[in-house]
Design a protein around this ligand. Structure first.
Ligand code: FRU
Length: 479
């Protein structure tokens, strides 16, 4: 079968599978495939009025397997339109799968760059390839593939996830790799998107930042450059972000600051959109480690909420959900001033059966004397805490605590907040099987999948060691 026949067959199999997807944990307002497995976002591109998203996808089952590229588009991040699958393994050079990559629009065409993989003996051979589309829906593989057929001396057989962008009249490609225990970003340059010259190692781990760097992304932001990589063999496995300068003459990214982009266990392979005037990011909201209860229901994986990146005056990276998400708000569940010491008792019922929830806690930090305060969601049946979002004033830290959850990752995840601010805002987005927490400090977000067996959650509030003066808003979010 040729490429388009293979795509049609896979589309058909997936459509049949969609009828057998269980709805217990299906998300209300996050993007997920109609059925079966997905991982990384791929080829994020703003093209002809739409945000196009592609994603690593096994259309044949709820586990990682034969990697295809799924495809969808949206104008507003609220309504998503699923499109036919874009890439299937069909050629000798990608017979083992079409791995992650990126997209650019040029000369009226949409170009996808991806890693073709194939087995040679017991080795997985990884090469960089391209597919092109005129209508933005149907893609033809470049007859010159693979465009890059072997890795340079500084790299290794782990050689994947091409990220292409334009700068100063030339095209650049960052490819993830690693050697001798150090993750690396390998840089290529091209004048025409088909012939690529190796430039050198643009950035590498200093030794404790992962042995392979997957899914690199490199882009200008607020007068600086930002490099994102997803490290293999680093604990915890979190997307790393570096702020610095890109020295194109030397082909090197010069790091000035570094950190983790999100502090939660279910955030990986982040990528930003090419061609949009804002820097919007999506990541895979799941992880390679741990159980995935939705597999019992014939699906796995989703995108995080779209997040807008910016740099603050001090050059620190900030992340916030895109403003479009306010359109999801369909009703107020609770809205009140809070003056609390101790436990509130059940404050509200949050029913995740038919819609999601956004909680906004605005804390008056001048009048608040509590050492630690926050919100706790528990299932009404068991009474166990499912997820707690809290702040320690003394530590200047924001926590997501899932240590009592029955399924999914259990842990206490931490990001920094600035307790000296007059007002501190914490936003938490709950969906049927996810929670995303945003502080308004630098790069403050925590993302985790949660799997409440009962969708009715009781919300309590607490303040320890003093008073909490705040306001709390709870919004129902429907797709
Ligand atoms: C990251 C990753 C990529 C690879 C893809 C395969 O999650 O391992 O490096 O291209 O997944 O599905």
């Amino acid at each position: 079968m040729n490429h388009s026949d293979l795509l049609r067959a896979a589309d058909l199999i997936r459509a049949q599978a969609a009828a057998r997807v269980g709805d217990t944990f299906r998300l209300h307002y996050h993007f997920m495939p109609p059925a079966h497995w997905m991982n990384d976002p791929n080829g994020l591109v703003y093209y002809q009025g739409y945000y196009h998203v592609f994603y690593q996808h096994n259309p044949f089952g709820p586990r990682w397997g034969s990697m295809h590229w799924g495809h969808a588009r949206t104008k507003d991040f609220i309504t998503w339109e699923h499109l036919p699958l874009a890439l299937a393994p069909s050629e000798p050079y990608d017979a083992g799968g079409c791995f992650s990559g990126s997209a650019v629009a040029a000369d009226g065409l949409l170009h996808l760059f991806y890693t073709g993989v194939r087995m040679e003996g017991d080795k997985l051979v990884q090469v960089q390839c391209r597919a092109i589309s005129q209508d933005g829906v149907h893609f033809t593989k470049d007859p010159r593939n693979p465009l890059i057929s072997s890795y340079p001396r500084e790299g290794s057989a782990d050689f994947r996830d091409p990220r292409v962008w334009r700068h100063g009249g030339a095209w650049y490609m960052a490819v993830g790799s690693g050697k001798n225990g150090r993750g690396k970003v390998l840089l290529y340059r091209s004048d025409n998107l088909s012939r690529w010259d190796y430039v050198g190692v643009a950035a590498e781990s200093h030794g404790t930042q992962g042995a392979i760097w997957e899914c690199p992304d490199l882009f200008p932001l607020g007068g600086k450059h930002v490099l994102l990589v997803s490290p293999v063999e680093r604990e915890p496995r979190r997307v790393l972000c570096f702020v610095g300068e890109m020295d194109y003459a030397a082909g090197q990214f010069r790091k000035e600051a570094e950190g983790e982009l999100d502090k939660g266990p279910d955030f990986y392979a982040a990528q930003t959109f090419f061609g949009s005037d804002r820097r919007i990011l999506l990541a895979w909201m799941q992880s390679w480690e741990g159980e995935i209860p939705t597999q019992e229901q014939n699906w796995a994986g989703a995108f995080t909420l779209p997040r807008e990146l910016s740099l603050d005056a001090a050059g620190r990276l900030r992340v916030a959900p895109v403003p479009e998400l306010k359109q999801l708000r369909t009703g107020v569940v609770f809205s009140s001033e809070v003056d609390l010491e101790g436990w509130s008792g059940g404050l509200a019922i949050c029913d995740l059966q038919s819609s999601g929830l956004e909680a906004i806690l605005r804390v008056d930090m001048h009048q608040t004397t509590a050492d630690e305060f926050g919100l706790l969601w528990r299932t009404s049946t068991g009474g166990e805490g499912l997820a707690a979002v809290s702040v320690s004033r003394a530590q200047g830290e924001l926590y997501l605590d899932t240590t009592k959850a029955r399924r999914g990752h259990r842990g206490r995840y931490v990001c920094k907040v600035d307790p000296r601010r007059g007002e501190l805002e914490v936003r938490a987005f709950l969906d049927r099987s996810s929670i995303e927490v945003f502080g308004d400090g630098e790069a403050g977000s925590i993302t985790a999948r949660i799997y409440p067996d009962d969708p009715q959650l009781v919300l309590d509030m607490f303040a320890r060691g003093g008073v909490l003066k705040a306001s709390l808003e709870l919004w129902e979010l429907a797709p």
